[in-house]
Design a protein around this ligand. Structure first.
Ligand code: NAD
Ligand code: USQ
Length: 390
């Protein structure tokens, strides 16, 4: 298949490009490099050193003989985006290309506006470019479990049967996100569903949980193929952060009581889920939603698991409960459906000691690169003035 990967230089997009290339698909990447620019401007960096995109694709060609083409460009640049789609004529478009963190979106007005503009307008452009250049192609869009929030009822996959005053309907599941970033995903979902209805496009919205892990079969083939390992307070997801904290003896940063429960997924399963969505496309005119996570944990549980694992490696791991910088429930009901991808054949890699040990060993290998100043959270959701240093 011809597969266009938007955001193909990122944590998930890069290994996904390698995954599809391995299978013989023709892969084309578009990325604005906004993520690398953020690091350069703010003295942040991936724990594992990253090669520039050009060197990465060169290393891939050298190792495997497979070519991945790419263009540096922004989804908000409509002429560029529509030209790429028109020329390449993708059968599937996998859309990772968004500003992807909640803390970034809550820094201040500028960062909230950037998040909305980059994500919502970028995705609207993607929809128009598909309609105008390749209306039969299948959009696989990365959404988030955080669109639903933490309701006191079971979470379904995108839609819910509602009975109201004696009448029934199947309606979009109510959304209760907890940051401007998560809200941008909700707005995307509405726009995508609408485009499928009015233009007959086809799309799969993958409402993914928090991802952990840093290696896939392809990225571990050569150090030049590594994907990013974010451990900082803005881009680091919680379990990857706990691993980095554990190896340098920094107390694990549990926000508040630690009862916040979320769906989690191993990066290797992200690869498989996106693959399953691409190879089992939605029919024309359909907007469907798959919940993409394999297990649920509270933050407190994850800290205990990371502590036990670190101790097996001889590390002295402490857990600290910090005042929660976010406004979120710290003890709540959480039960979410995730059967669609399992039915398509997903075989989950569950969180086991071996997975955590391998993340921690990687963090140990590069522990000299950990900047402690990037660990403490400095972005508060409330009416405070935020900056990037704690
Ligand atoms: P990432 O920041 O590492 O990668 C995103 C990539 O997209 C970056 O390389 C960035 O430069 C690029 N990009 C951003 N805006 C762009 C634009 N307007 N035009 C072109 N390129 C642009 O993030 P990631 O962790 O790989 O996440 C990828 C997607 O998956 C995001 O949409 C995110 O919301 C979603 N997601 C991630 C997680 C997670 O835990 N990492 C969980 C659920 C959903
Ligand atoms: N948390 C801590 N300590 C930390 C970091 C986080 O207790 O050091 C807590 C947060 O308060 C939150 C939970 O851990 O309750 C998850 O936080 P996170 O930063 O790992 O994840 P989140 O902000 O939800 O965002 C991440 C990705 C985002 C994706 C989302 C999936 O950055 O792209 O959309 O996970 S979900 O959570 O399902 O919405």
């Amino acid at each position: 298949m011809k597969i266009l990967i938007l955001g193909g230089d990122g944590y998930l997009g890069w290994p996904q490009a390698l995954h599809f290339s391995t299978q013989g698909h023709d892969v084309f990447i578009v990325d604005s490099l906004m993520r690398r620019d953020f690091d350069a401007q703010n003295n942040f960096d991936s724990l594992i050193p990253l090669q520039p995109l050009e060197q990465r694709v060169g290393a891939w060609k050298e190792k495997t003989g497979r070519k991945i083409n790419f263009a540096i460009g922004d989804t908000r640049d409509y002429p560029l985006l529509s030209k790429v789609m028109w020329d390449f004529q993708p059968e599937a478009i996998v859309h990772f290309a968004e500003q992807r963190t909640a803390p970034y979106s809550m820094i201040d007005r500028e960062h909230a506006v950037f998040t909305m503009d980059n994500n919502v307008i970028g995705t609207l452009n993607v929809l128009y470019a598909i309609k105008d250049s390749c209306p039969e192609s299948h959009l696989v869009k990365l959404g988030t479990m955080g669109e639903y929030g933490t309701p006191n009822i079971d979470i379904e996959e995108g839609f819910i049967e509602v009975t109201h005053k004696g009448r029934k309907d199947r309606l979009p599941y109510p959304k209760a996100p907890s940051s401007f970033y998560h809200l941008s995903k909700v707005h995307d979902s509405h726009n995508i569903m609408f485009a499928c209805k009015v233009w007959g496009l086809r799309a799969t919205d993958l409402n993914q949980g928090v991802v952990y892990g840093i290696e896939t079969r392809q990225t571990s083939m050569d150090p030049r193929l590594a994907t990013r390992f974010d451990y900082d307070q803005i881009y680091g997801t919680v379990l990857n952060r706990f691993c980095a904290e554990a190896v340098i003896g920094y107390p694990l940063t549990v926000y508040g009581r630690g009862g916040q429960t979320r769906g989690y997924i191993n990066i290797q399963d992200t690869m498989s889920c996106v693959d399953l969505a691409v190879t089992h496309p939605a029919p024309c005119g359909e907007y469907r939603v798959f919940n993409q996570f394999t297990e649920t944990f509270s933050v407190g549980q994850l800290a205990l698991i990371a502590k036990a694992c670190g101790e097996k490696l001889g590390l002295n791991v402490r857990i600290e409960h910090l005042d929660n910088p976010r406004v979120e429930s710290e003890g709540h009901y959480y039960r979410a459906a995730n059967t669609s991808l399992l039915k398509l054949g997903l075989q989950p890699h569950l969180l086991e000691d071996t997975v955590l040990v391998s993340i921690m060993k990687k963090a140990m290998e590069f522990s000299g690169r950990i900047d402690k100043n990037l660990l403490a959270p400095s972005v508060n959701w409330r009416r405070t003035k935020n900056s990037l240093s704690a």
